[in-house]
Design a protein around this ligand. Structure first.
Ligand SMILES: [Ca+2]
Ligand SMILES: [Ca+2]
Length: 167
């Protein structure tokens, strides 16, 4: 093998090694990402929290975005409340919506159930609703009123454990 060919071969090995490493990293990050969309029924009578009518979760951001675009284009879908893992609406997300209307009482009592305890870093209420984001499960402890987009949660960052509609 000439020196020139050896150099080319060495360069190719180097080029092949780097993308492989990058792919492994991307896979590792991707497996931790999740975006969920859960349909809630309004709380009726003595119910403690909303029934979850259906839930769709994705670990691929592009699939999640495609699902969200379709979901949000439907006239019968009313997004209620969304939390994101990081500030500025970054990382994984969990969205709750209704298919009846923006009215009624809604809530979710325990973020442990969905792997979101003490995790959210930003939040958004929609449908003209104000939401209480609670420090503890079952609407206990301190609460932060969420009205529209909150790009950071201040003292409630990585502390929230439940939510319900405040008005
Ligand atoms: Ca967080
Ligand atoms: Ca908590």
């Amino acid at each position: 093998m000439t020196h020139a060919l050896f150099a080319v071969a060495a360069a190719l090995v180097g080029l092949m090694a780097i993308p492989e490493f990058a792919t492994e990293r991307a896979d590792a990050d991707e497996s931790e990402y999740s975006a969920c969309f859960a349909e809630l029924a309004p709380i009726v009578n003595d119910q403690e929290q909303s029934d979850v009518v259906q839930k769709d979760c994705f670990d691929d951001p592009l699939e999640a975005e495609a699902f969200a675009q379709n979901l949000h284009s439907l006239d019968s879908v009313y997004v209620l409340f969304t939390i994101w893992e990081h500030s500025n609406f970054g990382g994984s997300s969990y969205e709750w919506y209704s298919t009846s209307s923006c009215n009624g009482d809604y809530g979710y009592n325990d973020f442990n159930v969905i792997g979101w305890n003490d995790k959210a870093g930003s939040a958004r209420s929609a449908c003209g609703r104000t939401v209480n984001l609670w420090e503890h499960t079952y609407q206990m402890g301190a609460s932060l009123l969420i009205n529209g987009y909150h790009s950071s949660l201040g003292v409630m960052n990585d502390e929230s454990s439940s939510w319900d509609t405040a008005n």
